[in-house]
Design a binder for this molecule. Structure first.
Ligand SMILES: NC(=O)c1ccc[n+]([C@@H]2O[C@H](COP(=O)([O-])OP(=O)(O)OC[C@H]3O[C@@H](n4cnc5c(N)ncnc54)[C@H](O)[C@@H]3O)[C@@H](O)[C@H]2O)c1
Length: 277
């Protein structure tokens, strides 16, 4: 679909980082933007900033994407304010403690999957019926990660949630093409980009997930890899991917990503059984 002034974009996890960059990129194209996040003061400040910078209408909505009713209220608030919804970016995510999968508390897996995967499911269930009812072209952009396309030792909850977002979006796309062909879906897979996810995760973690104080020094542990990518690189690739109706938007600079993804895909091809036909 072509992005244009008069349309409405919704972004979850929009208080900072990639979500805010997406909101700014939509606003730069003249779209009205609904910014939603669990952090109320931060998302209100970000919505005011986007409105002032780009002269578009914005709406800030406090939303917990883990909760279906909260995301339903976000969808209704969008329709109540703007009367339509054209693009929905299911982007909220968190980073949990690191360690081998067998040592991590199951609560960590639940939290990561609730935010990063169920948040996407709730977004699709709340918004797609309203987009279908609107009768206009629409697009869903689900934020995964390069962690959804390659092994992620020491952050298996994160990698599992992000792999789920990839698989879910690929299937959703086919379902939409069969049942609601005006609407499509894309999965966004960025490599590492500096954001405040470590700090924001420490503001939004549930009581049963304990996080050690933030280590501000960059590490080379297989998570923080590549360099020089900016938030604008991610948001401009995402908007171009929506307009080109790409299945995946894969965006990174440097790092082992190219090697790791090719090796993973090749391993699947190598393990396919011989055709019996
Ligand atoms: N930064 C990276 O290197 C990177 C790379 C690939 C993918 N991602 C993904 O991009 C997305 C945005 O992350 P970011 O790096 O911009 O970090 P960020 O912390 O700036 O943004 C994430 C936002 O999600 C919000 N959030 C957390 N729990 C929530 C909940 N239950 N309901 C609603 N909002 C909630 C946070 O308050 C925060 O504003 C995430 O899905 C992340 O996994 C990040």
């Amino acid at each position: 679909m072509k992005l244009a002034s008069g349309q409405v974009a919704v972004v979850t996890g929009a208080a900072s980082g990639i979500g805010l960059a997406l909101a700014q990129a939509f606003a730069a194209r003249g779209l009205s933007v609904v910014l939603s996040d669990l952090r109320t003061a931060e998302v209100q400040a970000s919505a005011a900033k986007v409105a002032a910078e780009y002269g578009v209408a914005t709406l800030a909505v406090t939303t917990d994407v883990r909760n279906a009713e909260s995301v339903e209220a976000l969808a209704q608030a969008t329709i109540d304010r703007f009367g339509r919804v054209d693009v929905v970016c299911n982007n909220a995510g968190v980073m949990g403690p690191m360690g081998p999968a067998w040592e991590l508390d199951p609560a960590v897996f639940r939290w990561l999957l609730d935010v990063a995967f169920m948040g996407v499911v709730h977004g699709v269930q709340a918004f797609v019926p309203r987009m279908i009812a609107g009768g206009r072209p629409g697009h869903i952009l689900n934020t995964s990660s390069m962690a959804g396309l390659r092994p992620t030792p020491s952050i298996t909850p994160y990698g599992a949630a992000k792999a789920a977002v990839v698989g879910f979006t690929e299937s959703l796309r086919v379902e939409l093409s069969m049942n609601a062909p005006l609407i499509s879906a894309t999965v966004l897979c960025p490599g590492y980009v500096p954001t405040d996810m470590g700090a924001s995760s420490r503001q939004t973690n549930p009581a049963d997930v304990v996080l050690a104080p933030l280590d501000p020094s960059p590490t080379d542990n297989g998570i923080v890899v590549g360099s020089g990518m900016t938030l604008e690189d991610v948001s401009s690739a995402a908007l171009a991917g929506i307009e080109a109706d790409q299945i995946h938007v894969i965006v990174y600079r440097g790092g082992p990503y190219d090697h790791d993804v090719r090796a993973r895909v090749q391993s699947v091809l190598d393990d396919l059984p011989e055709s019996s036909s």
